[in-house]
Design a protein around this ligand. Structure first.
Ligand code: COA
Length: 382
């Protein structure tokens, strides 16, 4: 098996919904990280054998194979193909994993993977309809949407409102520290945008975090999915717009194009989990990825467990005995936001940045996925 290396990972800032990216077409948004990842490494786009783009809501402006549209919109040669992948919230991570597997199988040498989700212009659930299937209802009559599944998870695994709010608060604290210390600077591509009066600006940092958040204000927010529930706007992932790319290469491509790798993909796993609770997939996916990597949880230095809702990383951390000082230490979906199809590619970049900052070796990125799935990737800094 050939090794799959990550040369670099870049991303747009995550912009709060209906905010700074509202006037930017999703395809145009994706062209920024697409062009930046090749520019930084003097890669001629014609060398790229495929572009794999994760995107969940593939309708309207994100329909029509948004990956291929973005390659053409970026001014790349028409000879570069692209595809768009939907593994719901795991889409961006799946794009990276598929790219890595293709390199490991010897089919590709140089690939761009990534993800895109413009949740303002193409709102979550605007592709709804599948849930009306009578057969689906027959086999899974208790299937609910993810917010209610988070309530079921909290109830069945005994996550209290206080624990969830405390996690939400820590997410804000971690994101604030990361921002103030410039920990995201390396990966972020600044995005030009126009305000309502047509004036030009540039967004160079994530604008969703609430730096003034306090535990007390979080405790005062009303549950959103269930009257006496646990999940509020302060401990659920925020709705934002964003895009990310990851450049992957085989050993052959590294030497042919004089590229320096930042990380190696060690292992990956994707699993199905009980659809009713929907959000426990990271546990089994992480176990399988760890087992393939021949590693134990304590050997992982940096954990990125997507903060879809606070109970998800809390329950995964308990089950996998994750040291919470190693988990999501630069914030996550609650504070930074969770641009569905883009998040996985962003988390992979964040994990590599953190491995380099802390001079550590292994990272594990994992996400829960709608309809009951989980995905995980183990990375090693090189
Ligand atoms: C939870 C959810 C419904 C909340 O939506 P919303 O009500 O539109 O959320 P907002 O971010 O606008 O927050 C509402 C209010 O809560 C308060 N609030 C939110 N986060 C806060 C925080 N950290 N501190 C203090 N107040 C906060 C604010 O008053 C805010 O109003 P403001 O923007 O005027 O300040 C939405 O974020 C959601 O659906 N998240 C999950 C997305 C999802 O399912 N993703 C897939 C995962 S599997």
């Amino acid at each position: 098996m050939s090794a799959a290396f990550i040369v670099d990972a870049v991303r747009t800032p995550r912009a709060r919904k209906k905010g700074r990216f509202a006037k930017i077409h999703p395809v145009d948004l994706f062209t920024y990280p697409l062009n930046e990842i090749v520019r930084r490494h003097n890669v001629d786009p014609s060398w790229v054998e495929d572009v794999l783009v994760g995107c969940v809501t593939q309708v309207g402006e994100q329909g029509w194979c948004v990956g291929r549209a973005a390659v053409l919109a970026a001014g790349w040669p028409f000879t570069v193909p692209a595809t768009t992948i939907n593994r719901l919230c795991g889409s961006g991570q799946q794009a990276v994993n598929f790219a890595a597997a293709s390199i490991q199988a010897g089919q590709y040498n140089l690939v761009v993977a990534g993800g895109l989700e413009h949740m303002t212009r193409v709102p979550m659930f605007s592709d709804a309809g599948g849930e009306e299937s009578l057969m689906l209802k027959h086999y899974h009559p208790d299937l609910v949407q993810q917010g209610l599944a988070a309530e079921i998870l909290a109830q069945e695994f005994t996550v209290t409102r206080e624990e969830a709010d405390n996690f939400g608060y820590l997410s804000q604290v971690h994101a604030k520290r990361a921002h103030l210390e410039g920990r995201f600077k390396k990966s972020i591509v600044p995005i030009p945008y126009k305000d309502d009066s047509g004036n030009d600006h540039v967004l160079w940092h994530d604008d969703n975090p609430r730096h003034d958040a306090s535990f007390e204000t979080l405790q005062s927010l009303k549950p959103v999915f269930k009257e006496d529930g646990v999940i509020t706007a302060g401990n659920a992932s925020a709705i934002v717009d964003g895009a990310a790319t990851v450049l992957l290469a085989s050993e052959k491509a590294l030497s042919e194009h004089n590229l320096k790798p930042r990380a190696r993909i060690v292992s990956q796993a994707v699993v199905g989990s009980p659809p009713r609770i929907m959000l426990t997939g990271p546990i089994e996916a992480s176990k399988q990825a760890l087992s393939k990597a021949n590693l134990l949880p304590h050997q992982i230095d940096v954990w990125e467990v997507n903060e879809a809702f606070a109970p998800v990383p809390l329950v995964a951390a308990r089950a996998l005995r994750i040291d919470q000082m190693k988990m999501n230490i630069n914030g996550g979906g609650i504070s930074l936001g969770h641009p569905l199809g883009a998040t996985g590619a962003m988390l992979i970049g964040m994990a590599i940045d953190e491995l380099e900052r802390s001079q550590k070796r292994y990272a594990l990125v994992t996400m829960c996925i709608g309809l009951g799935m989980g995905i995980a990737t183990v990375l090693e800094r090189v």
